[in-house]
Design a protein around this ligand. Structure first.
Ligand code: PHE
Length: 351
C-alpha cells in the first residue's frame, strides 16, 4: 500500500514537471500515461492487490490520479495550439517580404447582380424602388388586382395560404405570389403620377425542378399618369432589353391575358443562347418569353380611387431567374438556392 502511494506521488511529480515543445511530444505524453497500455491504466490495475476495506479510499485516489493526468494533457494540448498560432506572426514581424495571409472574399449572388442591374436600368428612366411585405393579405395580392374569387390563380395549388379566417371575418393571409401586391400598396398610399418598380421574392406552390421553384424573384413595374399609352409601355421595355442584353436582341409582343391589365401582352426576345436558330432553351422557336405586361385595368385604378377617365397606366412583371438564365446561361433553377460555392463564385459584375 505504502509503496503504491509513493509511486503515485512520484508519477504526479513527473507529469507536473513535463513540458512539450511540439504536438509529437504531447502525443508521446498521452501514450505514456493515458494510452491503452499507459501507466495510468497499469496503476489502476493494482487495485486488485489492495485489501477490501481499503478499496474504496484507494479507488478515489486512483480516480484523482487519472483526472490529474487528463488535466495535464489538456493543458499541454492547449499550450501547443497557442504556440502554433503564434509562430508565423513572430516570423513575419522580422521578414516583411513574406507573402501576406490570403483573405477569401465572397461574391454577390448572381440573382442579386442581375436584380441590381435591372433596378439600375429602370432608375435611369425615373422609376423609384418600392418594397412591401412577403406575407400579404388576400386583398393586396388578389382582390385589388381584379382577380375574381374563383380565379384559378387563387387556388390552393398555386398559393401558399398561411391563415384562412375561420368564421369568415378578417383577412386571409398568404405568401405573395407576385410583387403586384406592392403596386397595390403604392396605389393605396400615393397619388399619380406614380412610377415605381417592385423587386422582391415571391412564392408559388410548385414542385421543385430544373424549371420551377416554390420561390423566385420578380421585378414588376407600374407607371400611372395622364396620357400614358401602350407606346410608352413598349418603349420602356425596348429600352430595358437593349440595356440588359445589347442592341442586337429582337423583341416581339404577343397578346395575352392578365386580370389586372387590359389589353395585355407577353414579351419575347430572340433567344440569346442560339441567336434565334433554335435550341432547348427556346424550345426550337428562336424566341424566349421574358415578361407579362399591359395597360392597368380601369377597375384596378378605381379600387384605389384613381380616376380612370383622367389617368391611364401600364404595368409589367418579370422573373429575375429567367433574365439571369438568359444572361448567364444557367439551365437549372435549383442551382440558385443550393449555395454551392463553385457555382456562386463564377459571377462578377456591377454591384
Ligand atoms: N403579376 C404578373 C405575374 O406575376 C406579371 C404581370 C405584371 C403581368 C404586370 C402584367 C402586368 O405573373
Amino acid at each position: 500500500m505504502e509503496s503504491l502511494l509513493q509511486q503515485i506521488d512520484g508519477y504526479k511529480a513527473e507529469m507536473a514537471a513535463f513540458t512539450a515543445l511540439n504536438a509529437e511530444e504531447v502525443e508521446l505524453f498521452r501514450i505514456k500515461w493515458l494510452g491503452t497500455k499507459g501507466l495510468v491504466k497499469q496503476i489502476m490495475g493494482e487495485i486488485k492487490q489492495v485489501p477490501n476495506e481499503q478499496k474504496k479510499a484507494f479507488g478515489q485516489l486512483l480516480n484523482e490520479f487519472k483526472l490529474f493526468a487528463e488535466a495535464k494533457l489538456d493543458a499541454l494540448q492547449g499550450d501547443n495550439m497557442a504556440a502554433k498560432v503564434q509562430a508565423p506572426s513572430s516570423h513575419s514581424k522580422d521578414d516583411l517580404s513574406l507573402p501576406g495571409d490570403s483573405v477569401s472574399v465572397g461574391s454577390r449572388h448572381p440573382l442579386s447582380l442581375v436584380k441590381n442591374e435591372m433596378v439600375a436600368i429602370f432608375k435611369r428612366l425615373g422609376f423609384a424602388v418600392a418594397e412591401g411585405p412577403e406575407i400579404e393579405d388576400d386583398w393586396h395580392n388578389f382582390g385589388a388586382m381584379n382577380l375574381p374569387e374563383d380565379h384559378p390563380a387563387r387556388d390552393m395549388q398555386d398559393t401558399f395560404y398561411i391563415k384562412k379566417p375561420i368564421d369568415g371575418n378578417g383577412p386571409t393571409w398568404l405568401l405573395r405570389t407576385h410583387t403586384s401586391s406592392v403596386q397595390a400598396r403604392v396605389m393605396e398610399t400615393q397619388k399619380p403620377p406614380i412610377r415605381v418598380i417592385c423587386p422582391g421574392k415571391v412564392y408559388r406552390n410548385e414542385t421543385i425542378s430544373a424549371r420551377a421553384h416554390c420561390f423566385f424573384h420578380q421585378v414588376e413595374g407600374l407607371y400611372i399618369d395622364e396620357n400614358v399609352s401602350f407606346a410608352d409601355l413598349k418603349q420602356t421595355l425596348y429600352f430595358f432589353v437593349q440595356e440588359m442584353f445589347g442592341k442586337n436582341v429582337k423583341v416581339r409582343f404577343r397578346p395575352s391575358y392578365f386580370p389586372f391589365t387590359e389589353p395585355s401582352a407577353e414579351m419575347d426576345i430572340s433567344c440569346l443562347i442560339c441567336a434565334g436558330k433554335g435550341c432547348n432553351i427556346c424550345k426550337h422557336t428562336g424566341w424566349v418569353e421574358i415578361l407579362g405586361s399591359g395597360m392597368v385595368h380601369p377597375k384596378v385604378l378605381e379600387n384605389f380611387g384613381i380616376d380612370a377617365n383622367k389617368y391611364t397606366g401600364f404595368a409589367f412583371g418579370m422573373g429575375v431567374e429567367r433574365i439571369t438564365q438568359l444572361k448567364y446561361q444557367v439551365n437549372d433553377l435549383r442551382l440558385y438556392s443550393q449555395n454551392d460555392i463553385r457555382f456562386l463564385k463564377q459571377f462578377t459584375g456591377v454591384v
